[in-house]
Structure formats: structure tokens, C-alpha cells
Design a protein around this ligand. Structure first.
Ligand SMILES: *Cc1c(COP(=O)(O)O)cnc(C)c1O
Length: 370
């Protein structure tokens, strides 16, 4: 009745598109937040078989989930629970981002406890003001890491940072600071293989800053990382289609109020179709009166209030019956609304649209591997 169709072959094709856009760089597939709503394990398994170089996740728990599923590709986790002792992460060969001395000590303690070398990526804050060491603390952090590497408790795999994607001069200033931080780290004797900075947008905008690895999230799912440029411009294909079946239709007279608050009223005798998707599935309530859906190739606006479980559309005198397929969003090349269009209707970005899809949607995977 409610289905998310996830085209894993599109995700693999998007990986290959990014491989061509960042020749010579390793690719970290960012699969945090249930692979942006697409299904963590299924997506990761497909990418693992496509020989992606790395997985990137926010939480250690997401990484452990992939290891429990038997995936052996390197994984980096970068957003830490302040109480995590990191022993499970080290036992499972999960690489950890380190942003300050306190986190560094916890990883070193975990290495002492488990007898495993802690593989870390040092994160420097070059201007996003989120995760990462400040530039001021950076030399002291690097020096402490060099000491723990000498003791063979740790191995520093990489140095990384993340752009704010504000405007080119801001990003260029971050790139320059990143290069300086790398230089400082080398002067202080830090040995590491990988520098990584750019995500789906920066990989395209600043190919000179792709270094040894790029971290690709939204682009892998076939969505554009830019609000003003379509994914198709880069040869990317959306992997997620959200659809449902009309559960009921009804013929009503003119001047009938529709759904909560009567945002819409019929102006003539017409047919109403009930669609079993609501904000519990992640369809934003504030897209009421703005978003469009597609039935048999024709667009209909959701004029009335989106509720928790359902919404109603006015299909006029069109031949729409219970059981007809309603596409909420999918690949615009197929003539259906895109996640970008729904994002505009809901005053947000495509990232949020796909990531929030869930609730009672059932996922079907095309091109799944076993
Ligand atoms: C989410 C995230 C990414 C991926 O960003 P996209 O714009 O989706 O490619 C990369 N790096 C970090 C640190 C992130 O948090």
C-alpha cells in the first residue's frame, strides 16, 4: 500500500559517476542516517560489492551495524557519544574521528584495554564551527597523537575537515586553512595517508581539493547537492521513489470541505481520492497546499491538509479508482515530481526529504545483491 522503491543499481551508477568526477581519489560512501533513508544495510552491501573504498557514518553504532552484517570495508565514524569507551569500535575495526584530547585519550585507553591499534582520522575545524579541533588546539592535539602513535597504541590514517558550502570565498578560505593544518601536522611529525575534505558538492566545485579521498553522500543517492542545479546535469539518477495506492475514491458535490481545517473546498461536483501517506511516513505537513503528486502521468496538487496517515486529492472527472498508483516523488526523468520539488514545497532541501521517509513505508530494493 505504501512503498519506497530503492534502485540500488542507480546508486552503483552514481558511485561510478563520482569515480569519474574524482579520478585518483578514494571514495567514502556516506551511509549515515539509514543511508539517507534508503536502507543502511542494503545500500552498504551493494556498495561493498561495487568495491567502494570506505564507508562514512556519524555514529559508532551505525558502523557496528555494518560490521555485524559482515561488511569488511573500512568504516569511519565521526560523531561520538561522550560516554562511549570505544572498545567495541576497536574490536570491530571501526576507524574513529578524533577532534580533541579527551576523545584521543578515550581511544588510547580503548587500545590499551583491547590490545588493538586504534585507527584514527584527526578532524580539524577549518570554519564550519561544528566537529573538529580548533586551529588553536591543533598543534597540541597533533603532538599528543604523534606520541601515542610512537607507543603503537594508535595509527593516524587521515586528516580531514568539512566545508560550510556557503560561498566560494568561504570555502576557499577553509581549503587554505586545511592545507596549513596539514602542513603543521607534517612538521610536527604526524604520519598519515589520507587527506579528505570535500563532500558531494565540493568534489564537483573544487576538484583541486579532492586530495586522496572524497566523502559522497547525497550524490550517491542521485540527488543534487546544489539547490540551483539538477542532478541530471551531473549524470546522477535518483534512487528513491515513494509511492502508494489510492485506498478509496468518492464522488462529492460542490462546496464540500476537504480534510482538517478545510484548506480546500470543492468548486463543483468532483472525485476525491484518498492516499494513505501522511506525516508519519515523513511527508511534511507544511507541504499541504503546495506539493504535487502524480497518478498515471498526470500531476495533482495536494490542496488540502496532509494528516498523520493520509491526504486527499481532487482528481476532477479523471478516471482514478482505488488501487491506482500515486507517485509522491521519484526520478523526474520519468515525469513524476522530484524530491527537489517536494523540498521546495516543504521549504527544505532534498537531503531532508529522502532522509525523513520512513514510518509505515515498506522498502523494495531493485538490483539487490545477496
Ligand atoms: C554528511 C556528511 C558528508 C556527506 O555530505 P553530502 O553533502 O551528502 O555529500 C560528508 N562529510 C561529513 C563530515 C558529513 O557529516
Amino acid at each position: 500500500m505504501r512503498e519506497l522503491v530503492i534502485d540500488l543499481d542507480a546508486i552503483e551508477a552514481n558511485l561510478n559517476t563520482y569515480r569519474k568526477m574524482a579520478p585518483g581519489a578514494k571514495i567514502m560512501a556516506v551511509v549515515k542516517a539509514n543511508a539517507y533513508g534508503h536502507g543502511l544495510y542494503e545500500v552498504a552491501l551493494k556498495l561493498d560489492r561495487a568495491k567502494v573504498d570506505y564507508f562514512g557514518v556519524a555514529d559508532v553504532d551505525e558502523a557496528l551495524h555494518l560490521r555485524e552484517g559482515g561488511l569488511e570495508t573500512p568504516i569511519l565514524a565521526w560523531l561520538h557519544d561522550p560516554n562511549d569507551m570505544f572498545t567495541e569500535a576497536l574490536e570491530a575495526n571501526v576507524e574513529l574521528s578524533v577532534a580533541n584530547l579527551e576523545q584521543l585519550e578515550r581511544v588510547a585507553d580503548a587500545a590499551r584495554l583491547t590490545g588493538k591499534v586504534g585507527r584514527i582520522h584527526l578532524k580539524v575545524d577549518t570554519g564550519l564551527s561544528r566537529n573538529g579541533s580548533s586551529i588553536e588546539e591543533w598543534p597540541a592535539l597533533v603532538t599528543a597523537v604523534v606520541g601515542l602513535c610512537d607507543e603503537q597504541l594508535l595509527e593516524c590514517v587521515g586528516v580531514f575537515s568539512h566545508l560550510s558550502s556557503t560561498a566560494e570565498p568561504d570555502d576557499r578560505a577553509q581549503i587554505a586553512l586545511f592545507d596549513q593544518a596539514v602542513e603543521t601536522a607534517k612538521l610536527l611529525g604526524l604520519d598519515f595517508e589520507l587527506r579528505h575534505l570535500t563532500a558531494s558538492d565540493g568534489t564537483i566545485s573544487y576538484p583541486d581539493a579532492n586530495y586522496e579521498m572524497v566523502r559522497i553522500g547525497v550524490g550517491l543517492y542521485g540527488l543534487s547537492p546544489f539547490v540551483d542545479r539538477a542532478a541530471a546535469e551531473f549524470g546522477l539518477r535518483p534512487a528513491m521513489t515513494a509511492r502508494a495506492l489510492v485506498t478509496q475514491t468518492k464522488r462529492v458535490q460542490a462546496d464540500v470541505g476537504i480534510s482538517y481545517g478545510y484548506l480546500a473546498r470543492t468548486t463543483k461536483e468532483t472525485t476525491l481520492a484518498l492516499v494513505p501517506i501522511g506525516y508519519a511516513e515523513g511527508l511534511p505537513r507544511n507541504a499541504s497546499g503546495k506539493a504535487e503528486v502524480s497518478i498515471k502521468g498526470k500531476r495533482y496538487k495536494i490542496e488540502s491538509r496532509i494528516a498523520m496517515d493520509q491526504f486527499v486529492i481532487d482528481v476532477g472527472d479523471d478516471d482514478v479508482v482505488a488501487g491506482d498508483e500515486v507517485v509522491i516523488f521519484g526520478d523526474p526523468a520519468a515525469g513524476v515530481p522530484s524530491a527537489d520539488e517536494l523540498a521546495v514545497a516543504a521549504d527544505t532541501i532534498n537531503y531532508e526529504i529522502v532522509t525523513r521517509m520512513g514510518g509505515r513505508f515498506f522498502s523494495t530494493f531493485l538490483g539487490a545483491v545477496d
